[in-house]
Design a protein around this ligand. Structure first.
Ligand code: C2O
Ligand code: CU
Ligand code: CU
Length: 541
């Protein structure tokens, strides 16, 4: 609370906008000049000459909450084409580059996109194409960076070798090409995603449009009979002139939440459910928590988490919280009579900081999609209830841990530094510190060291006033318990996860093991916090 009073006394809106503008000019100014495709980015062209100064920046207001069309049928995800004809080899190319798309009529927006379709083609959603592969496949992705910044591709949640995982230390320069190659082991079936991971630029690259889904399938999937639907949730902040604004002070502090939540690239789509379906959900928002609720007393079944199927289905759920970075698989029942429902992101208070004293109120509930249940008449293929096996798969019980690790989230605000004119480093406001074990990320420092194949018990403690989603690279972990005031509540179900929310004052206990030597990242998955240094390096030896 002390920190918040601090902010109340010292911050002003003018300071906040100065940061946003000065910071942006500093890190884009030189690198943007003469870049292909930059001429069509009015926001950047104007910014590249801006000096960090006290002059009042012209802030373009944000578009209205309903400025984007709604109500279209849910778009199908585009698929990344396999260029290989060899069995068990998935070979493809991902090109990241600026691309113009018109979402607000007459006001084109320049996104950064993976493999944007030609302007004349049926354009599809502004998210990366789906990588749909199988356990045992070798995946070889040629990444071409046509962005004005260095980038990497990180395979969020997948057990890929450390040197193939798009670590911040493995930057791919603008104009350069890099080939990622890895083989998907047995047991890795699940719902994953890919996104850039360059240090201090991940947030911007994701909010400009770079992120895409991955599905790894098992040969013996017990739910293979269910028709599948994909809902990839992303966040978009759009100005009235169609530009995507840079992060402002509040975005850096709390994590960016735009005025739009998109489902497969569109606002509030329409979904018609005629038979029981398996839905895969991705929370690819930079900072927004999605507390899914189908409303009206509707219930659903959770069958999967980040790393694939649960051990046992969780039936009768009225809601499910997905922190940024998390995924889930659920079974949605068509029911026996027609009905309507609104898939809603319910109110969730993640205790965002305010510029004035205390916390910001949580966002109001918002409808993400409209769902019409139109069950098929009895007798038609797909009609009636599809059975879900009582056991979906077995998930190992880890043996007793041989090592322990402690991760502590903390934050600090340095008002003097925040007020220095033009105070920013690498495009971010100075003075805001988000830390792990007392320090912000330093690429030269190894935060923790683990031994290969050793089972470890980690505790992740949140000593800040707001929620932070913890994410660990290179493996899946099991949450074993949640501790508050010294009392540990065991986790009631067994699941593989790579991201878990940690509330203020809470300590989450996990069990995990790393199987490959090399450096792994762990961090808060609010991407602004990650960029500001709430990240550490785990060296596996
Ligand atoms: Cu989704 Cu370190 O990332
Ligand atoms: Cu990751
Ligand atoms: Cu955070």
């Amino acid at each position: 609370m002390i920190r918040r009073q601090f902010l109340a006394r010292s911050l002003s809106v003018a300071v906040a906008s100065l940061f946003a503008r000065g910071a942006f000019a500093q890190h884009t100014g030189h690198s943007m000049q003469g870049m292909e495709g930059m001429g069509d980015m009015p926001d950047m062209a104007g910014m590249s000459h801006a000096k960090p100064s006290a002059e009042k920046p012209t802030q373009v207001p944000l578009a209205a909450h309903d400025a984007l069309p709604a109500g279209a049928p849910l778009a199908e995800l585009r698929r990344l084409t396999n260029e290989s004809s060899e069995p068990r080899l998935f070979r493809a190319t991902l090109i990241a580059r600026p691309a113009k798309r018109t979402l607000l009529s007459g006001k084109p927006t320049t996104f950064w996109q993976y493999n944007p379709p030609a302007a004349t083609a049926e354009q599809g959603p502004v998210i990366g194409p789906l990588i749909d592969v199988r356990e045992g496949d070798t995946v070889e992705i040629r990444f071409v960076n046509r962005l004005p910044q260095p980038s990497t591709i990180h395979w969020h949640g997948l057990p890929v070798p450390p040197d193939q995982d798009g670590n911040p230390s493995s930057m791919v320069a603008p104009g350069a090409t890099h080939v990622y190659r890895f083989t998907l082991p047995a047991g890795s079936a699940g719902t994953y995603w890919y996104h850039p991971h360059p240090h201090m630029m991940s947030a911007e690259q994701v909010f400009r449009g770079l992120a895409g889904p991955i599905i790894v399938r098992a040969a013996d999937d017990p739910l293979a009979a269910f028709p599948e639907r994909h809902l990839f949730f992303s966040d978009l902040k759009l100005a009235t002139d169609g530009t995507i604004p840079a992060n402002d002070m509040m975005d850096w502090m709390n994590g960016r939440e735009g005025q739009f939540v998109l489902v497969n690239g569109a606002r509030r789509p329409r979904i018609t459910v005629k038979e029981d379906e398996r839905w895969r959900l991705w929370n690819a928002c930079s900072a927004r928590y999605l507390r899914f609720s189908p409303g009206d007393g509707q219930r659903f079944v959770q069958v999967g988490s980040d790393g694939g199927l649960l051990e046992k289905p969780r039936d009768g759920l009225p809601e499910l919280l997905l922190a940024p970075g998390e995924r889930a698989e659920v079974i949605v029942r068509a029911g026996s009579t027609p009905s309507q429902a609104a898939l809603t992101a319910d109110i969730y208070d993640r205790r965002k900081m305010a510029m004035s004293e205390g916390s910001l109120p949580p966002e109001p509930a918002r409808v993400l999609a409209d769902v019409a249940f139109e069950p098929l008449p009895a007798g038609e293929a797909g009609a009636g209830t599809r059975a879900i096996p009582e056991t979906l798969r077995s998930i190992v019980t880890f043996p007793a841990p041989v090592a322990r690790k402690s991760v502590v989230f903390s934050e600090a605000m340095d008002m003097a530094a925040m007020h220095r004119p033009g105070a920013s480093a690498h495009g971010m406001p100075a003075g805001m510190r988000f830390m792990i074990n007392g320090a912000s990320f330093d690429p030269e420092r190894i935060t923790l060291t683990s031994r290969r194949d050793e089972v470890e018990a980690w505790t992740i403690e949140n000593r800040t006033d707001m929620d932070h989603p913890f994410h660990l690279h290179g493996t899946q972990f099991q949450v074993t318990g949640r501790e508050r005031g010294g009392a540990v509540t065991p986790e009631p179900y067994r699941a593989w996860r790579d991201t878990v929310n940690v509330e203020p004052g809470e300590t989450v206990h996990i069990a995990t093991v790393q199987k490959m030597a090399g450096d792994r990242m762990f961090h808060c998955h609010i991407l602004e916090h990650e960029d500001l240094g709430m990240m550490g390096t785990l060296r596996v030896i």
